[in-house]
Design a protein. Structure first.
Lengths: 116, 112
């Protein structure tokens, strides 16, 4: 059973460019969340997708957008890259819980994005 | 907004010594999760605590959830080199929410 997979593993871009990161959730999971982790910091929630819709969003600008496909895989897009966008981008999958139930998240290995 | 703070930020111990990291939330949490991230790796789920005053053990690891559900701790007894990594606590943004607010983590290093 494959866990969460992400591609690419590393990426180098220049300021102003656009980037797309991809994530395949753990088998059987229907919810995908994206996090940004700067060096030495905890992961920061970007947004979450369930049933192909963005359900929750963190404090990130509109330059960050995403998509979820019918097979539950997901993409994170970042436009007009800034130097400060350099970070490890983590995808986490989980099962949508019932109200008040919170399920553990399985993280992928991440994509290391460097913006020059 | 909700904040989750962890102390200490760094901890260096001799192998065999105990280790504790503390997590404090600015708001009451419906539950709290703990994750471990090895150097160069990704966060791996350790445990979830839900009930006020709950204590759970996993071998040498003991997790506690405060009575007021605003703080938590992770204690490792007799550390081993395999315990090296950063330990994060995380709580949901609001009750039933599926997004987590992570603390900044406690980085544990061990002298063999």
């Amino acid at each position: 059973d494959a866990g969460v997979t992400q591609s690419p593993t590393h990426l180098i871009k220049t300021r102003g460019q656009q980037v797309t990161l991809r994530c395949s959730p753990k088998s059987g999971h229907d919810t995908v969340s994206w996090y940004q982790q700067a060096l030495g910091q905890g992961p920061q929630f970007i947004f979450q997708y369930y049933e192909e819709e963005e359900r929750q969003r963190g404090n990130f600008p509109d330059r960050f957008s995403g998509h979820q496909f019918p097979n539950y895989s997901s993409e994170l897009n970042v436009n007009a890259l800034l130097l400060g966008d350099s970070a490890l981008y983590l995808c986490a999958s989980s099962l949508k819980g019932l109200a008040g139930v919170y399920n553990e998240q399985f993280f992928g290995p991440g994509t290391r994005l460097t913006v020059l | 907004g909700q904040q989750v703070m962890q102390i200490p930020q760094y901890q260096h111990v001799q192998e065999g010594e105990d280790f504790t990291t503390y997590c404090n939330s600015s708001t009451t949490l419906s539950n709290i999760q703990w994750y471990k991230q090895r150097p160069g790796g990704h966060p791996v789920f350790l445990i979830q605590l839900v009930k006020s005053g709950e204590v759970k053990k996993q071998k040498r690891l003991t997790f506690q959830f405060g009575e007021a559900k605003k703080n938590s701790s992770l204690h490792i007894t007799a550390t081993q080199t395999t315990d090296v990594g950063t330990y994060f606590c995380a709580g949901p943004r609001s009750s039933g929410a599926q997004k987590l607010v992570f603390g900044q983590g406690t980085r544990l290093t061990i002298n063999p």
